[in-house]
Ligand binder design. Structure first.
Ligand SMILES: N[C@@H](CCC(=O)N[C@@H](CS)C(=O)NCC(=O)O)C(=O)O
Length: 170
């Protein structure tokens, strides 16, 4: 029995959801009882984050750790390619998502609630346009890239993204 604790808007949760679907595993998804800011959730996950996974009494937080657990526990349909270098490339993409893409996407969340144009939106849009072409031309390791996609959910999540830079930093 697998339970994914997550949120619809969370791309960290989406990584795990993609990995579960890729393997054809049946699971239920729900939000923590009382919400992820509750004291009960803090007891299970000290950082109070989502996603988390429960599997036959085993409980784990942190999306990358969960992906690696699924890779080890369900070996029939691996997401990681074989070979040290392709595996390292996929892990690099995962880090890029976790450390650089998601935090900048998250900085835009207030726009959902606030109908007024965000003062930094024009510079963000401009930056996305320029960094998108820069990403394509200089950062994508073209020869081996297709071989690893969609090897790891983050690779699939990340590939259409530009790599936003510093424009959303305060
Ligand atoms: N490193 C964590 C980050 C997870 C994360 O930040 N999740 C967000 C939801 S998308 C969250 O739980 N935010 C609540 C908070 O940080 O208080 C992972 O990869 O699972």
């Amino acid at each position: 029995m697998i339970t994914l604790y997550g949120l619809p808007l969370s791309s960290y949760t989406a990584k795990v959801r993609v990995a579960l679907h890729w393997r054809g595993l049946s699971y239920q998804e729900r939000e923590p009882e009382g919400g992820y800011r509750s004291a009960a959730w803090a007891e299970r996950v000290p950082m109070g984050t989502l996603p988390a996974l429960a599997h036959d009494g085993f409980f784990l937080a942190e999306s990358e750790a969960i992906l690696e657990y699924l890779e080890d526990a369900f070996t029939e349909r691996p997401l990681l390619p074989s070979g040290a270098q392709p595996r390292a490339q996929v892990r690099m993409l995962a880090r890029l998502h976790d450390l650089h893409v998601e935090p900048r996407v998250r900085a835009l969340f207030p726009l959902i609630k606030d109908p007024a144009p965000h003062p930094r939106l024009p510079s963000y849009t401009q930056h996305c346009t320029t960094s998108s072409s820069a990403w394509r031309s200089s950062r994508r390791p073209a020869p081996s890239w297709p071989a690893i996609s969609p090897a790891w959910p983050t690779a699939a999540l990340l590939s259409p993204f530009p790599l936003p830079g510093a424009c959303l930093r305060p």
